[in-house]
Each structure stands twice: as C-alpha cells, then as structure tokens.
Design a protein around this ligand. Structure first.
Ligand code: PEP
Length: 247
C-alpha cells in the first residue's frame, strides 16, 4: 500500500475547499493507493460530503489532546473521528515552529488520536539551522523518542519525514535530495525498532510535485508522500496518482 496525503493547510476556505474536493472526487485512486485529504476544520464536513462514495479518506491537520470541555478554539480527536476522519497529522512543522507546539504536546496528541482509533501521522524534521549545525539526526532522534518511547501501540503511528527547510512557506520550497531521503528513511526504520515498530510506514513531505515524485516513491522505505502546495492543483494530483498506479 502506498499513500498520498493532501495537506490543504489554511490555503482554501469553505467555497474553494468544496470545489477542490469535487475535483478530487473525479480523480480515481489507483488500487493499493490510500488517498487522504486534510482540509481545514471548517471545511471538513463539506469536503467529506463532496467525496462521499469515493475511496478518498479524510484526515485532520491537527487535533486537540483533550477529549472535550472548556477548551476554546480546540477540536478533539474524537470530534474529528465522529465527523469521519481516519487520520490526523500530528506535530506538523507549522504547528511546532509557528504555533509553538512542543514535543510534549505532540505526544499527548498522538495518544489522543490513538485512543479514538485515528491513525496519527507523526511529522518529524530538522530545521535549516539543525542541518547547518550537523544536528539533523539529533533533532529526529529527539522528536521520535519523545513521541514514541514507551507508547502503547506505537506500531499504529505513521511517520512523515518532513525537513522544515524543504517545505513551501515555512522553508525554502526546495525539495530534499532523494539520496538524503533514502538515507534518512532507512535510518528512521532502524531507529523506531526500539519503540516496537518493526515495519514502519514512512512518508516523505517537502515540495513534492508531479515532476519529482517518482524520485521519492521508488525508494524502498518511502511508503507515500505528503503534499501541500501540489495538493491544491488537481492536475498535479492526477499526475502523482498516475505515477503511484505504476508503483
Ligand atoms: C507540508 O507542509 O506538509 C508539505 C509537504 O508542504 P509543501 O508540499 O507545500 O512543501
């Protein structure tokens, strides 16, 4: 199984999300490909309606770690599950570095997601400063350890390697070299064994598009891609799915 994750971030409001979802509904997902759309919380139900009857699945971009109560502005994992989510991104770099989410918050969100049956997609990645100071592995090791050490059912957590510097907007928009992605994914595979994850599902994210997706999706430990900018363009999505059909 390969995965295509579409993170629409805060790029599209209600009307545009509905229109985009209808275009996605017209794109056929190849066999053995799971497609997950992560719309804004506001658009979630509309997108769900637009893709009903197709194989597209839904994910949250973020969840609260609290189940319910007096938490203004928060939306719980359980509320997303009730609305039809099967997945949730957790610890996306924009949450970590723009909104100040800590490794501790990330851990609590993973636990909340698992407790209601959502599959958490744990995003990890080094910043440009980490990379420049030779701390790439240090950062990844720390993020993985604080999220996964002694975590019951850690093998139900998916991992997305998303170098912060490679993401459009928060980073440079220059994708990570496929050779480096290959090395890091192999390293992550070994690293998470200590947390009881023997066959991890690992995605690459960071400026993936129709032109470069093949270089990542043909690597042995790359089980899918997370796309932000490209996911807003149905023609790009269609091309990536066509390539996935050949994998
Ligand atoms: C992301 O933010 O998860 C992402 C992969 O974004 P982009 O494809 O725009 O770099």
């Amino acid at each position: 199984m390969k995965y295509f994750i579409a993170n629409w971030k805060m790029y599209v409001g209600l009307e545009k999300s509905r229109a985009l979802a209808m275009q996605y509904a017209g794109l056929v997902l190849p066999q053995d490909v799971t497609g997950v759309i992560c719309p804004t919380t506001l658009s979630f139900t509309e997108v769900s309606r637009a893709v009903a009857g197709t194989n597209w699945q839904l994910g949250a971009q973020n969840v609260s770690w609290t189940p319910e109560g007096a938490y203004t502005g928060a939306v719980s994992a359980e509320f997303f599950r009730e609305a039809g989510a099967r997945y949730t991104l957790v610890g996306h770099s924009e949450r970590r570095y723009i909104f100040g989410e800590t490794d501790h918050d990330v851990r609590k969100k993973i636990m909340a997601a698992l407790s209601v049956g959502l599959t958490p997609i744990l995003c990890v990645g080094e910043t440009a400063d980490d990379l420049a100071s030779g701390k790439r592995q240090y950062r990844l090791k720390k993020q993985l350890m604080l999220a996964l050490e002694d975590l019951p059912n850690a093998d139900r957590v998916f991992i997305a390697y998303e170098p912060v510097w490679a993401i459009h907007g928060i980073g440079s928009g220059i994708a990570c070299l496929p050779a480096d992605v290959a090395d890091i994914h192999n390293w992550i595979k070994e690293e998470v064994k200590q947390y009881g994850i023997s066959e991890p599902t690992i995605f690459y994210g960071g400026s993936v598009n129709a032109g470069n997706c093949a270089a990542y999706l043909t690597l042995p430990n790359v089980h899918g891609v997370v796309t932000g900018t490209a996911s807003l363009h149905p023609a790009e999505v269609k091309s990536i799915l066509s390539f996935l059909a050949t994998c």
